[in-house]
Design a protein around this ligand. Structure first.
Ligand SMILES: Nc1nc2c(ncn2[C@@H]2O[C@H](COP(=O)(O)OP(=O)(O)OP(=O)(O)O)[C@@H](O)[C@H]2O)c(=O)[nH]1
Ligand SMILES: [Mg+2]
Length: 328
């Protein structure tokens, strides 16, 4: 139990005692009259408790606003899956789009500059360069998840998502030569507060069955390593939100394929996620909405008008399923 939960339990207990006395007074229950001194105590509670609650709420709001919970999301996936394009569009969208339930503001000049630069590249009909193996970029933002009553239930986060090169994903595979126990990437994944598994819809559609089995296995192994490092053995489930993002989903309408066909192809991974994770869901995402075919180069390029599809939902779902921020 963290400090915040403990505080909430104590306050709930105090409110419950207060309510019991109030109910006793309203119905003038003889039991309460017989209690004599306790009944007098109830009158004192009437004055002290509202004052305490007001001071407590003010302090709580001030503390949460001062110290939003750091929340790091590990984005796992192979090279060329669409991770960097996804993060660029997600952070651009969240800056511009006002949602009633999620208030978002990137922090640090680095994130703002990188997102603006990469977004301009995309809307100029160019894909982004591959993320270099020796480089990691952290996208950072403050986010407030609004819920009512907002002064009690809103959650404020300092979100951080690391964009590593897809090659790093091999470091979570014990059979690979890059299997390293204490790399920066490994530590980042093990200490994360949520996991996005990114899968490439194009790969799933084009590759043979045995390759897709191998592909699923890599994600299963990564989840097993996470669980093992966290000491989650036997029936203990992974208690941070885990989601699968099927990236490049715009391909589905282009090829007239239904989502269920993709689900069928990776059913083993989905089954393992459902068994292993307390909070799990999957999302079909298209960062750019649709591609633009270039007849001269015979390639699909990003369109001038990017129309992201289902890009915010995984983050929104993840924040909703995260524990209350620990504030002390
Ligand atoms: N159709 C479609 N293609 C996409 C989309 N996003 C990315 N792609 C394609 O996927 C390629 C790789 O995208 P990146 O975001 O650079 O991939 P990455 O996962 O960051 O790759 P690494 O940096 O090598 O790990 C792009 O060059 C595009 O060809 C999308 O939303 N739709
Ligand atoms: Mg990249």
């Amino acid at each position: 139990m963290n400090n915040r939960n403990f505080e909430v339990y104590i306050v709930t207990l105090i409110i419950a005692i207060f309510l019991i006395f109030e109910v006793g007074k309203i119905f003038n229950l003889s039991e309460f009259e017989r209690l004599g001194s306790i009944y007098k105590f109830a009158n004192l509670v009437d004055i002290v408790l509202p004052l305490f609650l007001v001071l407590y709420s003010i302090n709580l709001i001030r503390t949460i606003n001062r110290n939003p919970k750091s929340f790091s999301i590990a984005l796992l996936g192979f090279p060329n899956t669409g991770k960097t394009v996804y993060l660029t569009v997600l952070f651009d969208l969240l800056q511009r789009k006002k949602t009633r339930s999620l208030i978002f503001s990137p922090y640090g000049a680095e994130t703002i500059e990188q997102v603006a630069k990469d977004y301009n590249t995309l809307v100029s009909n160019n894909w982004l360069p591959r993320t270099s193996v020796n480089k990691v970029f952290f996208y950072r933002a403050y986010a407030t998840l609004k819920r009512s009553p907002s002064f009690l239930l809103s959650k404020r986060f300092k979100i951080e998502v690391g964009d590593f090169a897809g090659e790093k994903f091999d470091e979570l595979n014990p059979t690979s030569s890059s299997w390293l126990h204490r790399s920066e990437y490994f530590d980042y994944v093990i200490t994360s507060d949520a996991i996005f598994l990114t899968l490439d819809v194009m790969y799933i559609l084009d590759e043979k069955e045995e390759k897709i089995l191998e592909y699923q296995n890599s994600f299963i192994v990564a989840l097993n390593i996470y669980a093992e490092k966290k000491g989650l053995f036997e029936n203990k489930k992974i208690d941070i939100p885990v989601s699968i993002l099927f990236l490049k989903s715009d391909i589905l309408s282009l090829r007239d394929v239904k989502e269920v066909a993709i689900i069928d192809k990776v059913s083993r991974l989905l089954e393992v996620c459902r068994i292993k994770c307390q909070y799990f869901d999957y999302f079909f995402v298209s960062s750019i909405g649709h591609t633009q075919y270039n007849k001269d180069q015979f390639v699909h390029l990003p369109p001038t008008q990017i129309e992201p599809d289902n890009v915010i939902e995984p983050l929104y779902w993840t924040l909703r399923h995260s524990p209350l921020p620990a504030i002390i």
